[in-house]
Design a binder for this molecule. Sequence first.
Ligand SMILES: *Cc1c(COP(=O)(O)O)cnc(C)c1O
Length: 349
Amino acid sequence: MDRRDVVRGLPLYKQGAAPGEGAVKLSSNENPFGPLPSVVEAVNRMLSGFNRYPSMSATEVRSAIAERFGVDTAQVAVGAGSTEVASQLMHALAGAGDQIIFPWRSFEAYPILTQVAGATPVPVPLTKDLRHDLNAMAAAITDRTRLIFLCTPNNPTGTVLHTEEVEEFLAKVPQHVVVVMDEAYCHFNKEPGSVDGLDLLDRHPNVVALRTFSKAYGLAGLRIGFAISTPDISNDLRRVATPFTVTALAQQAAVASLAVEDELNERVDRIVAERTRVFDALVEQGWKINPSQANFLWLSTGDDTDRVDEALTSRGVYARCWSGEGIRLSIGSPEENDRAIEALAAAAN
Ligand SMILES: *Cc1c(COP(=O)(O)O)cnc(C)c1O
C-alpha cells in the first residue's frame, strides 16, 4: 500500500475524555495523587535553565535507573514516555514487510505505532477470560516476525502473565525475535507468581523490559519511560531515538522520584486498596468484572456499553469505553471512586 494511504488509514489516537468542572476523569489510568514536594522541587530547579537543551545521553537518569534495578547504564534507554520507547523498538527492529505480534485487545498504541514504523500488525485475540493467548501468539510467529509485545498487567483488561507460562512461551520464540514485556502497571500487581521482565533478562537476551514513570510514579504529564535490555538493543534504541525528546524537567523528576520510591509505593498501596473496594462494590452491583492487577477495572458490558457510558457521563463520570466491548474505569481518589460507584449503581440493571 502507498505510504500515505497507510497514514490516512490510521485512527487519530483517542485520549481519555477530559471532563469539565465537577466531573471526574477516570479515563486515562493516571495517578490521582499530585506530585510529591521533592519532585516538584527538582522540576522547579530546572525551570530557570530551559534555554538549554536537555542531556541527550540522559546519563544521570539512566544511571539512576540502572542503579535502582541492578543493571548497567548501557542497558537503559529512555524516551518521552514508554510509548515512545515502544516506537523506538519498532523502528530499530522492524521495517516494511516485517510483522509485529501483540495481544488484542491491548494497548491501543501497538497497532498504530507498528504501521507508522512501516511494519505489519499481527493482533492475536485474548482468550475468553481476557488473558494473553500465548499458544496462539507462538503459533503466529513467522519468518517475518521481528517483535512481540506482551502486556502485563494488560491494558485494558488488568490480567497478568505468570513466570511459568512466559518461560514456556519464550522457549518457542526464535532468538532473533525480540520480546517486549510492557510493564507499565507492574507496581500495582500483587499477584504471586507473576512474571517480572527484569528477572528474564539474564537468561533471555531477546527480552526487553519496558517501564514508565507515568503511572505509579505519577509523571504522566512530564513524559519519561525506559527500556532495560542488552547493551546492543539499548544502543540501537538510542540510535533511532528522536534527539532531545526527554526534557531536562522529565529527567530530573524521574531521578527525584526514584529517591522517594517508598512514599510513592505507599500511594500505590492506597490505590490498590481502592481497587479492591471498587471491585467489591461493583461485583455486588452485578457487573461482570475480572479481577485486575492494574490501576483500573474492566467491565465487560458488551452491547450495553454505550448505554452504561452515557449513564456515567450524564453523572459526570468519565471512563474509557469501547463500544460493543466494555468500559475501562481507572481507580482514582476515594471521592472520585465513590462517584463512579454511585453512577454505576444507577446504571445497573
Ligand atoms: C500508559 C501505558 C504505557 C506508557 O505510557 P507513557 O505515558 O507513554 O509512558 C505503556 N504501555 C501501556 C500498556 C500503557 O497503558
